[in-house]
Design a protein around this ligand. Structure first.
Ligand code: SF4
Ligand code: SF4
Ligand code: FES
Length: 264
């Protein structure tokens, strides 16, 4: 039976308040950040950090790096490129899944609320456990599969075929950075992540299906021909609305569904 109340140990408590500003601080901002340490046995809590914006860069990632370096070293989050390329810093900021490194602090009015990507187990603080999502991604065999003999040089593609992957504007399926902002904003994925592949993985499946060098299209479609893996998408569009790279996973899913119909 569905349970609608959170278990007692999941309820978020009020956390600690840190104020790193002084009477001279001109630009103050408060960040409310989700904290959870499974080893402590304590419930998650929201800590509050009021900082001087003149002591950090303009992005939310700059602010949480400043908090970690100068205020509370225990704060845990992932980041790497700080260029919107690696997907590591995906989190929920101001109610929306996005990348902390490309989200400007001044886009948020008032306090900045930061929680981990929703509907994934939390390893610690803002770090979600992505093992399941990565296993689903691996299950589509995201590499070039060929049966024909290898040529003496690279397998070539026409510029038009490459454009189909990359998009004329750079927003094609190959531009996905696998941040999983889309999958974790999809209600179908929240309730059926055990069997529905979710928009990030389906977009990557589409990327390989439409790659003119790949020779496993039928096999790839067979793998997705399932009431849950593909068809649990109900075109709610949260995925496309939230993608911080401006990509369109819902369109990729619709294209796979069209290919399924066309081959019948
Ligand atoms: S489609 Fe967008 S939101 Fe989804 S994983 Fe790729 S880059 Fe992230
Ligand atoms: S369009 Fe499909 S994959 Fe995207 S949010 Fe909606 S149900 Fe999920
Ligand atoms: S740190 Fe790489 S995408 Fe944000």
């Amino acid at each position: 039976m569905a349970e609608f109340a959170l278990p007692k140990n999941s309820k978020i408590q009020k956390g600690k308040d840190f104020d790193a500003t002084t009477a001279e601080t001109k630009r103050k901002k408060t960040f409310k950040v989700y904290r959870y340490d499974p080893d402590s046995g304590e419930n998650p809590r929201m800590d509050s950090y009021t900082i001087d914006l003149d002591k950090c860069g303009p992005m939310v990632l700059d602010a949480i790096i400043h908090i970690k370096n100068d205020i509370d070293t225990g704060l845990t989050f992932r980041r790497s490129c700080r260029e919107g390329i690696c997907g590591s810093c995906a989190m929920n900021i101001d109610g929306r899944n996005t990348l902390a490194c490309t989200k400007a602090i001044d886009e948020v009015n008032g306090e900045v609320k930061i929680t981990p990507l929703p509907h994934m187990p939390v390893v610690k603080d803002l770090v979600p456990d992505q093992k399941h999502a990565i296993a689903q991604y691996n299950s589509i065999e995201p590499w070039l599969k060929t049966k024909s003999p290898a040529p003496n040089r690279e397998r070539l593609q026409s510029p038009e075929d490459a454009d189909a992957l990359n998009g004329h504007d750079g927003h094609g399926p190959a531009a996905c950075i696998l941040c999983f902002c889309c999958s974790t904003s999809c209600p179908s994925y929240w309730w059926n992540a055990d069997r529905f592949m979710g928009p990030a993985t389906l977009m990557q499946a589409h990327r390989w299906i439409m790659d003119t060098r790949d020779e496993a299209t039928g096999e790839r479609l067979d793998q997705l021909e399932d009431p849950f893996r593909l068809y649990r998408c109900h075109t709610i569009m949260n995925c496309t609305n939230t993608c911080p790279k401006g990509l369109n996973p819902a369109k990729s899913i619709a294209e796979i569904k069209k290919l399924m119909v066309a081959r019948k």
